[in-house]
Design a protein around this ligand. Structure first.
Ligand code: HXC
Ligand code: NAP
Length: 290
């Protein structure tokens, strides 16, 4: 058994209907595809209908499942409500929402226009609370259980220079996740988050490592396990958290980054650079003193 294989048993998500925002590309596409393989119905949304329709056909061919593609800008509450309605019309009910859509780019903060700041915060934070509010109201009104899974990142709690709008917005999403895990548990609604480390996607790499940066800053080098993530590893975790197997997991943020953020945080982690011969010398000199 290896980490690039599907983890849950066949039919683990049978009968469930999940909405994945930003589901036409990258990690949303990978997670959605695995939900389908496990028997779920899927709704994918983003701004680009053509991309969504192509992904939906691909997913249906690969998995034999049913996919509804709906164009929606997550920043617009009316469009979000329309996705909820279209999902109910197509599949009857909604069982979970994966808030995955995001916008991001690197820039020194003082070079950002106020509109640039708005753009990222609106996609990430407003987009996530728009879907959360619309789906949450729907479930509460219908006395139906539901699950939210929000994709954040480890700098939601460490912060990070050069992606400040994204860091501020993801921190807001994490606070919302933990707040509603408590407030809405009484309605049978669970809320969790995943904080991925680097997982190569065209969308993230083109905006966060543009041009030659990808050669200068190999993300794998910053990860203690010395590699980037595989999409299936994330899909396995997401499927578990969306499933009823995770019925007692609520308010959690699960980091999946090979130890990356702790590498930077631990005071003495840079002692990795000390070779064994030097440790031998240090040990020997300590022996002499005793
Ligand atoms: C500075 C920029 C900019 C950049 C855009 N802007 N790109 N400013 N540096 N690289 C400014 C524009 O000049 C404009 O401000 C404002 O932002 C809005 O830009 P638009 O292009 O009109 O916005 P829009 O078409 O809505 O596109 C949104 C976007 C784009 C975020 C800019 O990149 C996008 O569509 N992204 C979606 C996918 C994405 O970003 N995926 C990566 C997620 S990765 P002015 O003032 O000129 O009007 C991720 C990983 C996290 O989140 C963790 C990794 C470990
Ligand atoms: P991606 O492929 O660019 O995914 C982002 C998706 O969001 C796209 O499908 C995009 O589609 C959609 N989107 C953007 N703006 C939108 C809007 N206004 N309304 C609706 N949809 C919108 O990048 P990714 O790497 O897979 O990222 C997926 C998630 O993982 C994000 O939350 C990201 O922050 C998170 N993450 C990624 C990494 C990584 O290493 N890749 C690490 C940590 C966290 P349209 O352009 O068609 O709208």
């Amino acid at each position: 058994m290896i980490h690039t294989e599907g983890m849950l048993k066949d039919g683990a998500l049978k009968g469930k209907t999940y909405i994945v925002t930003g589901g036409g590309t990258g990690l949303g596409k990978a997670m959605g595809t695995y939900f389908l393989k496990l028997g779920a119905n899927l709704v994918i949304t983003s701004r680009k209908l053509e991309v969504l329709q192509q992904t939906a056909s691909e997913m249906e061919r690969e998995t034999g499942g049913k996919v509804l593609a709906v164009a929606c800008d997550v920043r617009d509450y009316e469009q979000v409500e329309a996705v909820i309605k279209a999902t109910e019309e197509c599949f009857g009910q909604i069982d979970g929402v994966l808030n995955n859509a995001a916008g991001n780019f690197i820039s020194p903060t003082e070079r950002l226009s106020n509109r640039a700041f708005d753009t990222v915060v609106d996609i990430v934070l407003k987009g996530s609370y728009n879907f959360t509010l619309a789906a949450g109201k729907n479930w509460i009104e219908k006395k139906q259980r539901g699950v939210f899974l929000n994709i954040v990142t480890t700098y939601a709690w460490t912060g990070s220079g050069y992606v400040v709008p994204s860091a501020a917005a993801k921190a807001g999403v994490l606070a919302m996740t933990r707040s509603l895990a408590v407030e809405w548990a009484k309605y049978g609604i669970r809320s969790n988050a995943i904080a991925p480390g680097p997982f190569p996607t065209e969308g993230a790499w083109s905006r966060l490592l543009p041009g030659d940066l990808v050669k200068k800053f190999d993300p794998a080098k910053k990860v203690p396990v010395k590699r980037v993530g595989e999409h299936q590893e994330l899909a396995n975790l997401a499927a578990y958290l969306m499933s009823d197997f995770a019925a007692y997991v609520n308010g959690e943020v699960v980091t999946i980054d090979g130890g990356e953020w702790l590498q930077g945080a631990g005071e003495f982690n840079n002692l990795d650079a000390i070779p064994n011969e030097m440790w031998d010398m240090l040990e020997a000199s300590r022996g002499k003193k005793q």
